[in-house]
Design a protein around this ligand. Structure first.
Ligand code: ATP
Length: 242
């Protein structure tokens, strides 16, 4: 059992019109944990993330954050509580500079002082020195890996209590993927609770405390990252080994 749950989904059902995308999923993320939700294309990973951030409405079930039911709250109310989503496909602002993109992460959020803004920015630049070097460069001119770093950095500027990462490795070269996962593990080690959605089983599970397997809208398995990584069915389905 995980530590004190920060995030708890109970029997969550989500529809798109008449299509039932999630069939009643339950999962937990404990304080300080790095948890992976692993699933193939179309399994419902993004739908789950969007349910947590409030972009998809639940038709059944509930979501709790630090014990409080949040599934009825508007997305901005969840952001205010520290639930920050880094969307799939990065969605940075191509016509804005790196620094402007980062500032968008804390747009409308009050910092106690200039120095707390500087601290947040310093932390992002410590994690991603490349972003510091390129702070005046336009987002759209950065490489795929740099754009993913920028998307995560922008999320961190909102000072998340729970960081939702939707397929951060998507479309990136193996070397860059390793780098991104190392940084994700670092962010978690620094104290941020993370729920990660991935198809890259090896990298994600090897760095996760726990994981859940999502198949066509149902959670079929859960366990420690290490146990799932050596599970025969998981290896066959997600690691391409029989
Ligand atoms: P991917 O890795 O491809 O993003 P996923 O695991 O995130 O996959 P979802 O995008 O959550 O999967 O999709 C889950 C199911 O819901 C799929 O069957 C998909 O076709 C369906 N779906 C997703 N978005 C919509 C939508 N806007 N309208 C109708 N059906 C949708």
């Amino acid at each position: 059992t995980p530590p004190e749950p920060v995030l708890e989904l109970r029997d969550v059902v989500i529809h798109y019109g008449r299509i039932r995308a999630l069939h009643g999923i339950s999962l937990q993320v404990g304080a300080g944990e790095l948890v992976t939700l692993l699933g193939a294309n179309g399994a419902g990973k993004s739908t789950t993330m969007r349910g947590i951030s409030g972009l998809n409405r639940l038709t059944e079930g509930e979501i709790r954050f630090n014990g409080e039911v949040i599934s009825g709250l508007a997305p901005h109310e969840r952001v205010k509580r520290g639930i920050i989503q880094v969307p799939e496909g990065r969605r940075i602002f191509p016509g804005m500079t790196v620094l402007e993109n980062l500032d968008m992460g804390c747009y409308g959020r009050k910092f106690e002082s200039k120095s707390s803004y500087d601290e947040a920015l310093d932390r992002v630049f410590d994690l991603f020195p490349r972003l510091a070097e390129r702070r005046k460069q336009y987002g759209g001119t950065m490489s795929g890996g740099e754009q993913q770093m920028l998307a995560i950095g922008r999320g961190l500027m909102a000072r998340p209590k729970l960081l939702l990462l939707d397929e951060p490795s998507m479309g990136l070269a193996p070397m860059v993927i390793q780098q991104i996962f190392r940084i994700i593990a670092q962010i978690n080690a620094d104290g941020t609770t993370i729920l990660l959605v991935e198809q890259n089983a090896q990298q994600a599970l090897s760095r996760s405390d726990r994981g859940y397997i999502l198949e066509t809208g149902t959670i079929t398995k859960e366990g420690s990252g290490k146990d799932l990584l050596v599970d025969d069915a998981v290896r066959e389905a997600y690691l391409g080994v029989a």
